[in-house]
Design a protein. Structure first.
Length: 239
């Protein structure tokens, strides 16, 4: 590949199918980014892995989100300038996998999850500025239907179109908020069954494997989501 091709590919967002073709076994494409988690066993090994990731990131001038915990390290990769995954992320993902392998850190894609709160609303422009102010986040631009977290440390907020959501302050809804939990596709069925075994109810699986709607014993709903069936057709690691 020439330098010119490198530059072009570094500015072109990749679909989950494109990423799957790269055979990044330790990584999963979830909500527009590559995610990995490595079990390090102890804090010192995790710190060494973070230092190695930092060296590669500086050399590539491409910086992931890294979360160091005891006893694991989580990494999120995306190209913020183009709003998705590019070959820059693929190259750095391969290096991070190599670093983890040298440290005997175990990849745990089955433990990955991305949580987003969703609010049913008939007109998100009416309420988005309020929630941005309450959460201390930037006001949404234009007709954006989600709130971003500039620090990458908080939960995402998505305003779900709901034409029948007509309640007011004087007549509040029983439930308008719900949580969306995005997981690797191979983990979704297990997560659904665990929720049902824990006292939940399957409300609908009409859109599986894109998402399942569940409810707790009081009827409060949540969704287990995957990349399949949305604009994200094939998550990394699927056969």
């Amino acid at each position: 590949m020439t330098d010119a091709q490198d530059t072009t590919d570094d500015k072109k967002t990749m679909s989950p199918a494109d990423v799957a073709a790269e055979l990044l076994d330790d990584w999963r494409y979830i909500m527009g980014a590559l995610h990995a988690r490595f079990e390090t066993g102890d804090f010192a090994t995790g710190l060494r892995l973070v230092n190695d990731i930092g060296g590669s990131a500086e050399a590539a001038d491409h910086h992931p989100d890294v979360d160091l915990r005891y006893p694991f390290v989580s990494v999120r990769l995306s190209s913020h300038d183009v709003g998705g995954v590019t070959q820059r992320d693929v190259r750095l993902a391969r290096e991070i996998t190599d670093h983890a392998g040298r440290l005997a850190a175990t990849p745990r894609p089955d433990e990955l999850r991305v949580v987003e709160w969703a609010l049913d609303t008939r007109a998100h422009a009416d309420v988005a500025p309020f929630w941005a102010a309450v959460l201390g986040r930037p006001a949404p631009e234009g007709d954006a239907d989600a709130l971003t977290d500039p620090d990458g440390t908080g939960l995402g907020v998505w305003f779900q179109e709901a034409p029948d959501a007509t309640s007011t302050v004087e007549d509040p809804p029983e439930q308008r908020w719900h949580v969306d939990v995005s997981v690797p596709s191979e983990a979704a069925e297990r997560r659904v069954q665990e929720a049902i075994a824990a006292g939940g109810t399957l409300v609908s699986d009409a859109r599986k494997p894109s998402f399942w709607v569940l409810a707790d014993a009081h009827g409060n709903q949540a969704c287990i989501c995957t990349a399949i069936g949305s604009t994200e057709e094939v998550p990394v690691g699927d056969a």
